[in-house]
Write a protein that binds this ligand. Structure first.
Ligand SMILES: Cc1cc2nc3c(=O)[nH]c(=O)nc-3n(C[C@H](O)[C@H](O)[C@H](O)COP(=O)(O)OP(=O)(O)OC[C@H]3O[C@@H](n4cnc5c(N)ncnc54)[C@H](O)[C@@H]3O)c2cc1C
Length: 265
């Protein structure tokens, strides 16, 4: 789609280029930005010129995923170079064609903050932190599960840019699994649950069924009743044409229980 109000497109080459003028918006893959009118957007600043590495192993065994890493790059990452078994199923949860996967970015997906954002599901589920560049030159970290605050809302302040996602080493080592469901076979996700289990306990992260991620933490494998009670206590269920709140609640319960049984085995 032509963005008729856009008068300039700058390619950022360094951090100094990220000082946004009034009306400027950062551009990543552009799969959403170019998909609908953007009233008030007068200029775009392309992040892909910054050359951020897609995947960087961290000294403590964790993994940093650059915000401009494409979904395709993430899904096809070699395990020896940081790939993880949940990356491909998470990317599959975005039911765009390969053309979308080739250019859509991890950071764009999280910053867009749709409840059915599969990168939010993945990185919140793995307990990742978002590394955020602030407009004053500083940086801060925030759990991905708290960065997305609701349907199309985030905790990013004006001018802040998501630089990377940092997955802790323990989460990479944990046993993990992902379940998703949608009303239609090729429909947008109605509920996505990611679960992990390690020495620290069991975690189930509910997304897509809810406006924002909900992480349910247990010191060990919970009983079915304990897990169901925790899901019920979430108390906020998303409502749109891709699923009614009561259905999403029931599906979150079901998927969480399936994951509990799988990871307890
Ligand atoms: C056919 C189709 C199916 C889709 N299905 C889904 C789906 O199931 N779930 C879903 O969530 N989305 C879906 N989308 C929407 C969109 O394609 C994805 O969310 C995609 O991941 C967005 O990434 P992008 O890099 O293209 O973001 P862009 O379109 O470039 O940007 C999206 C928003 O994020 C901001 N942004 C981007 N990167 C950063 C950054 N690093 N820091 C701060 N702000 C940033 C931009 O300013 C913009 O507001 C779909 C789109 C299409 C066309």
């Amino acid at each position: 789609m032509d963005l008729v109000d856009v008068e300039s497109v700058r390619v950022a080459r360094g951090r100094g280029d990220l000082a946004l003028a009034p009306g400027e918006r950062v551009l990543a893959g552009g799969t959403w930005l170019y998909s609908e009118p953007q009233p008030g957007v007068r200029g775009l600043v392309d992040l892909t010129g910054l050359g951020w590495p897609a995947l960087e192993p961290l000294p403590d065994g964790g993994l940093r995923v650059g915000a401009t890493c494409t979904l395709e790059r993430l899904a096809t990452a070699d395990p020896a170079a940081g790939g993880h078994p949940l990356f491909a199923p998470a990317v599959d949860a975005l039911l765009g064609s390969w053309k979308i996967h080739r250019v859509a970015t991890v950071g764009g997906n999280i910053c867009l903050a749709l409840p059915a954002g599969p990168m939010t599901s993945l990185f919140a589920g793995l307990g990742a932190d978002a590394l955020i560049w602030m407009p004053d030159g500083g940086e801060r970290r925030e759990p991905v599960a708290e960065l997305v605050t609701g349907d199309r809302t985030t905790a990013l302040a004006p001018g802040e840019v998501l630089r990377a996602l940092e997955v802790p080493a323990a989460a990479l080592r944990a046993r993990s699994a992902l379940r998703r469901i949608s009303l239609a076979e090729l429909g947008r996700s109605g509920a996505v649950v990611v679960a992990t289990v390690d020495d620290a306990g069991f975690t189930a992260t509910v997304t897509a069924a809810t406006p924002r991620p909900h992480r349910l933490l247990f010191p060990g494998i919970p009983t079915a009743a304990e897990l169901a009670d925790a899901v019920d206590a979430i108390g906020e269920w998303f409502d749109d044409p891709h699923g009614a709140p009561d259905w999403r609640h029931a599906m979150a319960r079901l998927l969480a229980e399936e994951l509990r049984e799988e990871l307890a085995a």
